[in-house]
Design a protein around this ligand. Structure first.
Ligand code: PAF
Length: 287
């Protein structure tokens, strides 16, 4: 069945109240839906009576106007996927509906966790992301029954920050995450992949090759020697590496001491970001 499409906060509130669900699964998105989103919808569908998604390209989390302008938008195609996944309600608000009081005066600050990695390259990105997620979690809140929100593990730093916000501000929502979905050749699915041509898609595979190299060493408890991963990037001049680091999965602090000669034990997370043809790609893998 085609989902109900609502554009205003009032419409969303009354659609949820009318459904009066025992459990609600909410998946916030910026549209340009792909298989990675579909996994989130499927999990939400399997675990809840009512599934609500939002499609909203949040200008506040873009620190580059061109990136915001170029972000892929195609509501009709998104609705095909939402229908296929059995979504009940699609909330697709215009910007003035979300920021009805103007640009937020009272702001959330993502702290040191938001200043590293993606935050260092995209100042303000995580504050802007938290601004909209904080609002959307309120707007989709069923006020009674179970309430779950779903996020992809691909945006590991985003997920860590949302977990922290939900804990710090006591949001009455259970956060659920879904592993990265990859193309047959290993590229992490992302809405931004649509901006790459065939040659750039090929070059982008180096992110996964580098991750695999280090992850396989970790699995064998060998020294990680991440310089070898950095070397793979040097062989792909069209790929501009931003960072390739091994971090603590909770604090995201870099574990530089295990990255070279020491045999690997314990748990960590590989994080990588690079630009291909001006398009920023991120990937990660728990080890
Ligand atoms: O991951 C995304 O698509 C966005 O950052 C989110 C969580 C929908 C907030 O705009």
């Amino acid at each position: 069945m085609t989902p109900m499409i609502v554009h205003t906060r009032e419409e969303l509130k009354s659609a949820i109240a009318h459904a009066n669900p025992k459990s609600l699964g909410f998946v916030p998105t910026m549209g340009a839906l792909h298989e990675g989103h579909e996994r989130l919808f499927d999990k939400a569908r399997a675990e809840n009576e009512l599934v609500v998604i939002s499609i909203f390209v949040n200008e506040l989390q873009f620190n580059d106007a061109q990136d915001y302008a170029n972000y892929p938008r195609d509501l009709d195609t998104d609705l095909v996927m939402a229908t296929r996944a059995g979504v009940d309600i699609v909330f697709a608000p215009p910007a003035e509906e979300i920021y009805h009081a103007g640009k937020p005066l009272i702001q959330l600050h993502s702290g040191i966790l938001g200043e590293m990695y993606e935050g260092a390259s995209r100042p303000g990105h995580f504050d802007g992301m938290l601004a909209v997620v904080a609002k959307l979690l309120h707007l989709a809140d069923p006020r009674q029954g179970e309430y779950r929100a779903y996020f992809g593990q691909k945006d590991a730093q985003q997920l860590a920050l949302i977990r922290r916000m939900v804990a710090d501000l006591d949001y009455p929502v259970e956060l659920c995450s879904v592993p990265i979905v990859r193309s047959a050749r290993g590229l992490a699915l992302s809405s931004r992949n649509a901006l790459l041509n065939a040659e750039q898609l090929e070059a982008a595979l180096v992110l996964h090759r580098a991750i695999e190299l280090i992850a396989s060493r970790a699995a064998r408890h060998e020294p990680l020697n991440i310089d070898d991963a950095l070397g793979l990037f040097q062989m792909e001049p069209s790929v501009e590496l931003d960072y390739f680091v091994v971090v603590d999965p909770n604090t995201l602090q870099e574990l530089a001491f295990i990255c070279q000669d020491t045999p690997f034990t314990g748990e960590a997370l590989i994080l990588v970001a690079a630009k291909v043809g001006g398009v920023r790609l991120i990937d990660n893998q728990p080890i």
